[in-house]
Write a protein that binds this ligand. Structure first.
Ligand SMILES: Nc1ncnc2c1ncn2[C@@H]1O[C@H](COP(=O)(O)OP(=O)(O)OP(=O)(O)O)[C@@H](O)[C@H]1O
Ligand SMILES: [Mg+2]
Length: 249
């Protein structure tokens, strides 16, 4: 690993300490009223949002370090339940855009309940009940990053709806994310996977992108022995199809 890369990783790594201090401080203010005094409902809501987003930032720091580990080919395999993977990621994505929806995702009792929360948001979930309850030995951190990036792109670039599909086929887990946005002209189907490449660098999203998401997803997939294909035409929306082999399936 190059010297510069190590320096950048160390900087990212050192963000962990101040973030842990913020997390601990806000958590104690929320949980130890006898020490810090009573809070109004509005104060509680603000602090809860600060806490949630501190956790999101902590996850992002973890993800940044995970990407570097991935460049070293390190895998972190553990038993992952598909429902937890999808729910955690959906909660995280909606917490930034609409925290009411993320509360409702958290409160959904089963797959049908979750679909009912997502449907009015234009997000259609297509997963079999049997797969929803399955456990696989996978690298959860990497898988979450892949899902997060594809899903946030689709939500960013859609006109109105996004379809999230997952299924098992020939010993592999397929995750497909499809939107009904402007799509990607064939001439750019390779380019969009390059670091820092954006079709429209002005980006209309409130949090400006950097053209790094898809390049990162490719690196993660490479380590997992996975593949990603893109099916899209100008004006026709885009579908990213991820195939991750599952040992023993
Ligand atoms: N679903 C999509 N529909 C249309 N264009 C897309 C879609 N996903 C990605 N792109 C195009 O590919 C480019 C690269 O995507 P990528 O996720 O790498 O970067 P980004 O979303 O612009 O920024 P970042 O992910 O770093 O926040 C985007 O800027 C966009 O032009
Ligand atoms: Mg992106």
């Amino acid at each position: 690993m190059g010297q510069n890369r190590i320096k950048i990783d160390l900087l990212i790594h050192d963000l962990k300490v101040p973030l842990a201090v913020i997390e601990a401080g806000v958590t104690s203010m929320l949980n130890r009223r006898e020490k810090y005094g009573a809070l109004t409902d509005k104060q509680i809501k603000v602090l809860q949002r600060v806490l949630r987003n501190t956790k999101v930032t902590q996850n992002l720091v973890g993800d940044a370090l995970e990407l570097s580990r991935s460049r070293q080919g390190i895998m972190n395999l553990a038993s992952v339940q598909i429902c937890n993977l999808f729910e955690d990621e959906l909660i995280e994505i909606f917490d930034l855009a609409n925290s009411n929806i993320s509360e409702r995702i958290r409160g959904s009792q089963n797959l049908e309940g979750l679909k009912a929360v997502l449907q009015p948001e234009g997000l259609h979930l297509d997963i079999e009940d049997s797969l929803w309850g399955e456990n696989f030995r996978l690298d959860e951190g990497k898988l979450k990053q892949i899902l997060r990036n594809l899903l946030s792109n689709a939500l960013k670039y859609r006109r109105s709806s996004v379809e999230l599909r997952a299924f098992l086929e020939e010993g592999a887990l397929f995750i497909c994310v499809k939107d009904d946005g402007e799509g990607i002209p064939t001439a750019y189907h390779r380019k969009i996977f390059d670091c820092y490449f954006q079709l429209d660098p002005s980006d209309t999203c409130s949090v400006r992108g950097h053209g790094l998401g898809l390049a990162g997803v490719m690196i993660l997939l490479e380590d997992m022995g996975g593949k990603m294909t893109l099916s899209s035409d100008e004006g026709q929306g885009a579908e990213f199809i991820v195939r991750i082999p599952i040992p023993g399936q």
